[in-house]
Structure formats: structure tokens, C-alpha cells
Design a protein around this ligand. Structure first.
Ligand code: PGA
Length: 248
């Protein structure tokens, strides 16, 4: 039986004071949560989050990393640096990184490999744009994004990863995929993995992301192949985030 994982993606939000209040609020309500919970925060706040969450039921991670292990790569952050702050997770291939920073499928696969090499669990984001959905190539796009990682690291690597299906048109827009729309793509991803390895497919946690909030979480998380959420805007409010966690 897969456990649900609800992860906050804070993006470029927060301050020391805001994070303190947000984390205190989430910690105070964790007693009624059975899902696994994590927060993925900006690099400068990893030390704060580590200090605040060590010993709690909440794991933490980053939102990006370098594909390189070390060296002259100004401005980059390596997987081992994230390990120094006891990160469990790192998001790779978020659509904002793919679209705004030009990250290719191959680069995302390299980052995924670098994360796993350091013992981090990558949260691999996949998903189609509105144009791609309207062009009926959603499955082809998601398959291509998955295949890049499978080609580089093998299907067995997915036993140590999380996949987040995030339709780009639903991210930060307030437009959520319907439970049926999301379930269809989640089932497609699992079936694709099952063709290669049935055991890995059954154990694979596939999160949904894209305007998930308290009001739609129960229905989305009730779908058979939706195993959690990657939460942007709603993760910045303790009560809203907790309500999603409780739905998991
Ligand atoms: P959103 O973002 O919940 O604000 O739509 C989700 C994400 O980008 O991971």
C-alpha cells in the first residue's frame, strides 16, 4: 500500500520571520495528519528548516540542484550540499525550471541522477502545457519526460524517486485538473512504468500538482493513482496546507 506524500513547494517565497510562523503553524496541526509531509524551501532557508523540523514528522528538501558534483560552477548548489542540511527530497524538472531556465529533459535526467547519487529522493515533475493538451499530445509529452530519466538511470531508479504530475496550465492559475483528468494521466504514467517493472510501478508515489487546495484535495487524493500532492500557493498558509495534508 502506497503512503500519500504531501509536499509544499514554497518557490521563491518566504523570509526568516514568515517561515518561522508558517512552520510553527504546520507543526501545531500535525497531530491529525497521517500522510507523509515535506516542505521544499529556498536554499538559504535550509538551515532554518533543519533546525526547526529535526525530530518532527515533517521532512524537507530543496527545489533544484546542480547536475555537477562540485567545481567551478558559480551560483550552483550540489546534491552533497543539500545532504549537509539533511534534505530528504529535491524537486527536479519543475515546469518553471523547464520553461524559464530552459532545462531540457536530458538536463533534468542528469539532475535526477545527481540527486540519487547523493542519497536524495528526487521529486521528478512532468506535465504538459495547454497547447500540448489541446494538441492531444499530453501522453506523448509525459512519456518523453519519463523516458529521459528511465534511459539514463533505469526503471529501477524509480523505486527511489517520486513523480509529480503537474499540468502546466494548472500551476498557479487556480484552474485545477479535474480528478478524472488527473487520474487518467497518473494511470498512464503507472501503466508505462508497469510495462517495464510491475513492482516498481505499484510502489511508485505519483503526486498531483497544480492549484491543489483544501477545497479540491479530498476528491483528487481519492483517485486510485493519485498518491499525494505537490503544493505551491496553498503551501504558504498553514491551515490550508494542513487541510490538504489531512485529506491525504
Ligand atoms: P500551485 O503550484 O499549487 O501554486 O499551482 C504547484 C507547483 O508548481 O508545484
Amino acid at each position: 500500500m502506497r503512503r500519500k506524500l504531501v509536499a509544499g513547494n514554497w518557490k521563491m517565497h518566504g523570509s526568516l520571520a514568515e517561515n518561522e510562523a508558517l512552520l510553527s503553524g504546520i507543526l501545531a496541526g500535525m497531530g491529525s495528519v497521517t500522510a507523509d509531509v515535506a516542505v521544499c524551501v529556498p536554499f538559504p532557508y535550509l538551515a532554518q528548516v533543519q533546525a526547526k523540523l529535526t525530530g518532527s514528522a515533517i521532512a524537507w528538501g530543496a527545489q533544484n540542484l546542480s547536475q555537477q558534483a562540485k567545481g567551478a560552477f558559480t551560483g550552483e548548489v550540489s546534491a552533497n550540499m543539500l545532504k549537509d542540511f539533511a534534505c530528504a527530497y529535491v524537486i527536479v524538472g519543475h515546469s518553471e525550471r523547464r520553461a524559464i531556465y530552459g532545462e531540457s529533459d536530458e538536463l533534468v535526467a542528469e539532475k535526477y541522477a545527481a540527486a540519487q547519487a547523493a542519497g536524495l529522493t528526487p521529486i521528478l515533475c512532468v506535465g504538459e502545457t495547454l497547447n500540448e493538451r489541446e494538441g492531444c499530445i499530453t501522453e506523448a509529452v509525459v512519456a518523453r519526460q519519463m523516458d529521459a530519466v528511465i534511459a539514463k538511470c533505469g526503471v529501477s531508479s524509480l523505486a527511489r524517486a517520486v513523480v509529480a504530475y503537474e499540468p502546466v496550465w494548472a500551476i498557479g492559475t487556480g484552474v485545477t485538473a479535474t480528478p478524472d483528468q488527473a487520474q487518467a494521466v497518473h494511470a498512464f504514467i503507472r501503466a508505462k512504468v508497469r510495462e517495464l517493472d510491475a513492482v516498481v510501478a505499484e510502489g511508485l508515489v505519483i503526486q498531483y500538482g497544480g492549484s491543489m487546495k483544501a477545497g479540491n484535495a479530498v476528491e483528487l487524493l481519492g483517485q486510485p493513482d493519485i498518491d499525494g500532492g505537490l503544493i505551491g500557493g496553498a503551501a504558504l498558509n498553514a491551515e490550508e496546507f494542513l487541510a490538504i495534508c489531512r485529506a491525504g
